[in-house]
Ligand binder design. Structure first.
Ligand code: CA
Length: 506
């Protein structure tokens, strides 16, 4: 009965509005959950992909990075080769991660800043943290959130934004918008990684002057140890850690300083003559630093005897092109460097380590996390993603695997007289199947096709040969059929407007 009530209330969004009134029962057996997701961390930037047991499962060469902790962690985890960030951009991914919905429903179709009031996490959405909270968990958020429309609500300067640049990107998230997280140490978005800042549960600002991933792992360890009685040790916990590096800017680290650039940019589609090429050294150094910070959390879990009953996930919001494909844009494209993200899940004794080619999409993460924690019955009805937890427990589970993942790119739409963005333009949709990548771009005015990308990722894993749609009509037809199904199912603007309906059967 309680479960049915949860679903009913969850579907109406009431829990999100009421705050968390957690039941006290069923706690001892519930697993803890820690979800760590550094920003802009591409799947290829993990050393183990070049090692035995892993390299034969993928058709790309791993980046020449040192990730000793992830290498060990991968051997204890289910590791996905093909997890996709559908809308590979910070805020839209985070909206999907938190709500289990695509950007057209989560409230976040565009990156959040103060000129985009149409892009902000829906206050009435039931987020993953609302569900954990209502299931009796203590919920804690650390690091970058970047899912809120910044408003002039600086706790120290009432009536002002937390930063002075225009538009403001950084944001303070007040208690009523924390969706069940009862412990808070977070900020919106801010890219001085050695001079980060955070607002705590009570809204006090902290400026620790420490490289942010290591500062955050230290705070997580302190939380796990329950220093200062910040959590109820009788309750299970749900922790999200949004580390900002390896996101740019790239500077200050010496680990790969003397290595020739063409020994670092090993992908055949990369151009080591690009101005950005120098950044590779620092991107990879940040990757190694994140690996170390992640390792500190793992060490604390073990030291405290919490490792056995804690589900640990390592993921990212999107990748980084890093001189591949001659693009300056690190993300927001359908290239594998941008869309393909790490996804590793460790749950000792409950899931057996292996590599799996499940094409997990961003909105699938929330229901899958709930499924892993035994809360499948509490997945809100509004969620669009699927619960693939049974496949993590048993690769032969009787569950239909996705045929691919949607690709989504949105741009600013109409602006009002004040320059505020009031709508979004759905500039591209595409489909990544096990074998192909397709992306279709439309004209802003007449919504006709202006550009296409089509790659045979099996024969051309570095996506160097853009195939003609004309010469591959059967392939395009199949991909458009799959894409049309999903666009209809999620009620996407392309489906609603019948965009390219001569190609896409809705
Ligand atoms: Ca990001």
């Amino acid at each position: 009965m309680k479960t049915q009530l949860n679903i009913l209330l969850g579907g109406l969004g009431l829990f999100a509005l009421q705050g968390c009134k957690a039941p006290q029962a069923e706690q001892s057996v519930q697993p803890n959950v820690i979800y760590v997701f550094p920003d802009q961390y591409r799947n290829q930037a993990m050393e183990f992909w070049g090692q035995e047991g892993f390299r034969e499962k993928v058709n790309f060469r791993n980046d020449p990075v040192h990730t000793p902790r992830l290498n060990d962690f991968a051997r204890e985890s289910v590791v996905l080769t093909s997890a996709m960030s559908n809308c590979p951009l910070s805020s839209p991914h985070r909206g999907s991660l938190l709500t289990g919905m695509y950007p057209n429903k989560s409230g976040i179709p565009l990156n959040c800043n103060s000129s985009r009031p149409i892009s902000s996490l829906r206050e009435d959405a039931v987020c993953v943290s609302d569900v954990f909270c209502n299931a009796g968990y203590d919920c804690a958020y650390f690091g970058k959130l970047h899912a809120d429309f910044p408003t002039p609500n600086d706790p120290e300067r009432p009536g002002q934004y937390v930063e002075d640049r225009v538009p403001a990107w950084d944001a303070y998230t007040p208690k009523e918008r924390r969706h069940g997280f009862n412990y808070w140490y977070s900020y919106g978005t801010f890219d001085e990684h050695k001079n980060p800042h955070y607002w705590d549960t009570e809204g006090r600002r902290h400026d620790p002057r420490e490289w942010s991933p290591l500062h955050e792992s230290g705070k997580v360890v302190s939380y796990l140890k329950n220093e200062g009685n910040v959590r109820d040790p009788k309750k299970p916990f749900f922790i999200m850690v949004g580390m900002n590096p390896p996101h740019s800017p790239y500077r200050s680290f010496n680990l790969y300083k003397n290595q020739p650039l063409d020994s670092l940019l090993v992908r055949p589609n990369a151009d080591s003559k690009m101005l950005k090429a120098e950044s590779a050294r620092y991107y990879f150094a940040s990757v190694t630093g994140v690996d170390r910070a992640f390792g500190q959390i793992l060490d604390a879990l073990k030291e405290l005897g919490l490792d056995k009953n804690t589900i640990v996930v390592f993921a990212s919001d999107h990748g980084e092109t890093m001189c591949s494909q001659h693009t300056e844009d690190p993300k927001n494209s359908p290239y594998s460097e941008s869309m393909n993200v790490p996804f590793l899940v460790r749950f000792p004794d409950k899931i057996k380590p292996r590599v799996d080619d499940l094409m997990l999409s961003s909105p699938d993460i929330m229901p899958t996390l709930l499924g892993l924690a035994g809360l499948a019955d509490s997945i809100p009805t509004e969620v669009q993603g699927r619960n693939y937890a049974p496949l993590f427990f048993d690769e032969k589970a009787d569950i239909v695997r996705p045929t691919g993942a949607l690709y989504i790119q949105n741009l600013d739409g109409e602006k009002d007289a004040e320059g505020m963005v009031r709508s979004y333009f759905p500039s591209s949709r595409g489909f990544k199947s096990a074998r192909y990548t397709l992306a279709l771009y439309i004209d802003r005015e007449n919504h006709k096709l202006v550009k296409s990308l089509l790659f045979d990722d099996e024969k051309d894993p570095y996506q160097m040969n853009n195939l003609s749609l004309e010469e591959n009509q059967e392939v395009v037809k199949d991909l458009c059929a799959e894409m049309g199904k999903v666009l209809k199912e999620i009620d996407d603007p392309w489906y609603k407007e019948g965009i390219l309906k001569d190609m896409i059967p809705y």
